[in-house]
Design a protein around this ligand. Structure first.
Ligand code: FES
Length: 113
């Protein structure tokens, strides 16, 4: 599905997600962490910027703050911003249609920062 936000790729059925628990999927060679929080699905790159390890889907979620299981860096899954540092995770727009989750990949790669 192509829109002005980019191209939406189907990634997983909504009923496979569990409230407050991360799920990782791989799309277009990008590993993505999905979170269901209060009926909203958030999608961020699964790669922690601290040591570039794909573990964020295994992190602990407190509200919308995700803590990396490796060394405790934390991120707001709504924005992708680091809570205590000046870094940012790649964040993806999400759509849900007929129980299927779609993630937008910008047609211009630079536009996701
Ligand atoms: S790898 Fe995530 S905090 Fe170190």
């Amino acid at each position: 599905m192509r829109t002005s936000d980019g191209t939406y790729e189907p990634v997983i059925a909504l009923n496979r997600l569990r409230e407050g628990t991360g799920t990782s999927v791989r799309v277009r060679d990008v590993e993505i962490a999905l979170f269901l929080r209060d009926d909203t699905v958030y999608a961020i790159e699964n790669l922690c910027p601290h040591q570039h390890i794909p573990v964020l889907a295994e992190g602990e979620l407190d509200g919308t703050v995700l803590t990396c299981p490796m060394h405790g860096w934390s991120f707001d899954i709504r924005t992708g911003k680091c809570v205590h540092a000046s870094c940012r995770l790649r964040k993806f727009d999400v759509r849900i249609e007929d129980g299927q989750i779609y993630i937008a990949f910008p047609d211009e790669e630079e536009s996701w920062w």
